[in-house]
Every structure is written in C-alpha cells, then in structure tokens.
Design a protein around this ligand. Structure first.
Ligand code: ATP
Length: 233
C-alpha cells in the first residue's frame, strides 16, 4: 500500500533521513520505533509532504506521492495525525473536525462526524467546547477524530501515547486496535516500544536516519540490541 525506497530528507545543510526503505501492506499495523532525534517526525513529515524528499520515492497505492502537496496526499487517502495533539486551540471541537473533511470526504461530513462521535463519545459531549480547554487525552482523541474525517485508508499516528497517563495510554492502544479492526492500515510511530510491539505486525527501528532493524514485531522484540537499548533488559 505504502512503498518507500531510498528516501533522503533533511533541513538546510542537515541530512536527517539517509536512505529509508519501508513498506506498509494494506490492513497491517507497522511500528516505526526510535529514540529522540532518530528522525521519526521527519519521516512522517516527508511522507505527508510537509518536508521535501531529496532523493528516493514514496508510492501510495501505486501512485508516486512525493512532490504532491500535503492536502493532495490527504485527499489520496493517506492521513497523518501529528504528534503533540496539534489541534486548533481557539476553535471548537466541531470546527476542528470540520477542518479534517477534505474535498472527497466533504459530502459525507455529517456521517463521518457521527462515526467519530461513536468512537469518541467524550468528543460528542464537548462538541461546542474550545479545543484548547480539552484535557490532553481528549485533544489526542480530537486529533485522531479530525484525521478520520478525511476517510483515510492509511493513518500515520505520530506518538499517539505521548504525554498521556498510563490508563489513557492503554485506552489509546485499544483504540488503535479498533481502528485497525475496521480495516485501516496504520503506521504507528512511537517511543513506547513495548506496547507498540504488542500491537504491531511488523516493526522498524530508526537510528540516525536509517533503519537499524526491521522484521516481524516478534523478531524485533527478540533482538538482543533492541532489548538492551530500548527495553532496558
Ligand atoms: P523526537 O522523538 O524527539 O521528536 P524524532 O525521531 O521525531 O525525535 P526528528 O524530529 O525527526 O526526530 O529530528 C531528527 C533530527 O532533525 C534532529 O537532530 C533534529 O534536531 C533535526 N531537526 C528536526 N527538525 C528540524 C528543523 N526544522 N531544522 C533543522 N533540524 C531539524
């Protein structure tokens, strides 16, 4: 579904991604793990068109998307939910969700919003509340709900558990499981290595802008380097 080959990207004179190869098959959960500064956010931003690829290719459902604008990429069905709950704080919950409905999905806005509310009843109760006054967990739900409004086939979740209490982290991982059960492919970018490996089919570990390890989640979990460096075993 998503195929990345030899991807290079960076900022000014800095190269961050140095030849990334990644496949996300339809209907799978693929985890991209890595420490702070490994290049996870840069990878997501390059896939979603916010950072320009310097070399390599990104293909989604058989079509080259590197070089397309961020709205055109979302329109194609690949939706990036950014880290840090980047909702519009001064807009209401409903207005934030409205902004997620891209051209293709605009006609189905009411139906899609009902689906978001069915997934996140708490957002329905707060539909007129300013997003900036929601709790951290609720803002994260809103960010994912906004992504759902675009009718994605592949969802890239950037650190969805960041800053959440342990209970909410559990809820978030359960939610990702539910989204996946509805047929969505998910690229899960996380620092929470143990829980991500529980959820994912495949995992890739990013170190210094390239994958140091790739395989099934079970194989990656069994790797002694991963256990030492990321699980403290
Ligand atoms: P974290 O988990 O801490 O967010 P990350 O794996 O997402 O880390 P990136 O945010 O992709 O890592 O950063 C990778 C490298 O790129 C870092 O060394 C960072 O300082 C650098 N970097 C990120 N954004 C910029 C920018 N706008 N200009 C210059 N360098 C940047």
């Amino acid at each position: 579904m998503l195929e990345i080959r030899g991807l290079e990207a960076g900022y000014g004179l800095t190269t961050v991604l140095r030849g990334v190869d990644l496949s996300v098959p339809a209907g799978r959960i693929v985890a991209v793990l890595g420490a702070n500064g490994a290049g996870k956010t840069t990878l997501n931003m390059t896939i979603s068109g916010l950072v320009k690829a310097r070399a390599g290719s990104i293909t989604f459902e058989g079509r080259r998307i590197d070089g397309l604008s961020p709205p055109a990429i979302a329109e194609a069905g690949l939706v990036h939910v950014p880290e840090g709950r980047k909702v519009f704080p001064n807009l209401s919950v409903r207005e934030n969700l409205d902004l997620g409905a891209y051209r293709r999905a605009r006609g189905n806005k009411a139906r899609n919003m009902e689906r978001v509310f069915a997934t996140f009843p708490r957002l329905k109760e707060r539909v007129r509340q300013r997003a900036g006054t929601l709790s951290g967990g609720e803002q994260q739900m809103l960010a994912i709900g906004r992504g759902m409004m675009a009718e994605p086939r592949l969802l890239i979740l950037d650190e969805p558990s960041l800053g959440l209490s342990p209970l909410l982290v559990e809820e978030m991982f359960a939610l990702i499981r539910r989204l996946h059960a509805c047929g969505l492919a998910i690229m899960l970018v996380e620092q929470n290595v143990a829980q991500s490996l529980d959820l994912a089919d495949e995992a890739h570990v990013l170190e210094n802008g390239a994958f140091a390890m790739s395989g099934t989640a079970a194989a990656v979990r069994a790797d002694p380097h991963l256990q030492r460096a990321y699980l403290g075993l």
